[in-house]
Design a protein around this ligand. Structure first.
Ligand code: B12
Ligand code: SF4
Ligand code: SF4
Length: 312
């Protein structure tokens, strides 16, 4: 089994990008622990509890793992970007959350890939990971040649940009690894300059406790008031540091119907009167449901207050 054969199979399963890394501890794990120690994970306990140490070695997830097949799936659709959005009556949902929940979409594709590989290697042991497993997804994707880690901390592919999700198939097969591409950020600092909450410190990494994505998706309870103005009309997630990235200028769109937008800039007044049942019906099966009704309504209230404030 070669990495090229894996790429061919992965493409047939709907993954535009694929590569292979060895299932060994990554040097980047030291960056992870330093990040947690600096308090940058905030209240995301799934990153700081006993699962933090599980990330040190992918064999903690599958003891027989020898290789990690890393895949990327595009989600960009040909619709506006935050920078083109001026309608004060509407709130902004970040583009990764416009269509079906990517966890389900990627898992289906990885199950298909798993089935095809097992047809050729009946004794293969494997485990699928998409986002939620304690695995350093960006680190292994970089090692598998899928891209470099940009200053915005996103994994960027020279041809495809950064509008793609990551998923992995840990396998007991021994496959020769790919190698990481060079860092192509150079002297650019657009993402650092554009971030409204100064969440990307000049020394690198991302302080999640200042990131709009963290506030509007992950944080339970009130959002510190000092950040309300900068959050503005973002009601779920944030795309700014990717919108300004030059590597996304010609980034291709997905052809997968699953990511066709359902809701992306709903009217704030309509959102403010949603009942919990209406919220669930509207966002069921999309990533937005992660914010839960209370979190989403908190975000909508902040967006409405910011708009009122700025039009005074
Ligand atoms: C927690 C989390 C968040 C947190 C923290 C993000 C962060 N940057 O740490 C919050 C809620 C803020 C967040 C936001 C978003 N997220 Co998120 N998130 C995660 C999650 C679950 C864990 C990330 C993590 O471990 N962070 C801790 C830091 C230390 O790790 P890291 O950023 O991955 O960095 C590692 C490597 O990149 C490497 N590294 C870092 N810097 C450098 C520099 C160099 C030179 C080198 C060599 C290596 C290196 O070392 C680090 C430690 O291993 C991953 C899924 C996963 N299991 O990995 C998704 C994931 C990173 N998120 C994703 C997405 C799509 C987003 C958003 C775009 C969603 C949105 N629109 O709002 C934003 C992007 C914000 C941003 N600029 O990162 C995708 C990213 C895909 C991609 N192309 O990069 C992932 C991979 C989910 C997926 N399966 O697709 N996220
Ligand atoms: S997602 Fe938004 S708030 Fe978070 S680092 Fe990027 S630009 Fe800043
Ligand atoms: S905006 Fe510039 S510095 Fe930031 S990730 Fe893109 S290329 Fe790198």
């Amino acid at each position: 089994m070669t990495a090229d054969r894996i790429r061919e199979l992965a493409r047939a399963c709907g993954f535009e990008i694929a590569g292979v890394a060895a299932a060994l501890p990554a040097d980047d794990r030291a960056r992870y622990h330093a990040w947690v120690a600096a308090g940058h994970a905030g209240e995301m306990r799934y990153l700081t509890d006993r699962r933090a140490a599980v990330r040190d070695d992918p064999r903690n997830l599958l003891p027989s793992a020898r290789s990690i097949i890393c895949v990327g799936k595009l989600y960009q659709t040909p619709w506006p970007h935050t920078a083109q959005f001026t309608d004060e009556e509407r709130g902004w949902i970040s583009r990764y959350a416009w269509g079906d929940d990517y966890h389900d979409v990627l898992r289906r594709g990885l199950q298909e890939l798993e089935g095809r590989l097992r047809a050729e290697h009946p004794d293969m042991e494997s485990r699928i990971c998409v986002d939620t497993a304690p695995l350093l997804e960006r680190s292994y994707a970089r090692l598998a040649g899928l891209g470099w880690i940009g200053k915005n901390t996103c994994l960027i592919n020279q041809q495809q940009g950064s509008w793609f999700f990551l998923g992995e198939l840990l396998v007991s097969l021994e496959v020769a690894s790919d190698s990481p591409p060079p860092d192509r950020c150079g002297t650019c600092t657009r993402c650092i300059d554009a971030c409204p909450t100064e969440a990307i410190p000049p020394e690198g990494g991302l302080d999640a406790t200042r990131c709009i994505s963290y506030f509007t998706i992950e944080l339970r309870g009130p959002i510190p008031e000092e950040h309300h103005a900068a959050i503005g009309q973002h009601i779920f997630g944030c795309d700014i540091c990717q919108d300004v990235c030059p590597w996304n200028r010609r980034a291709p769109a997905t052809s997968d119907e699953a990511f066709a937008p359902r809701h992306f800039a709903p009217r704030l007044d309509d959102m403010a009167s949603l009942t919990e049942e209406e919220f669930q019906a509207m966002f069921r099966g999309t990533p937005v449901s992660r914010a839960k009704y209370e979190g989403f309504m908190r975000n909508v209230a902040i967006a409405r207050a910011t708009v009122t404030e700025s039009s005074r």
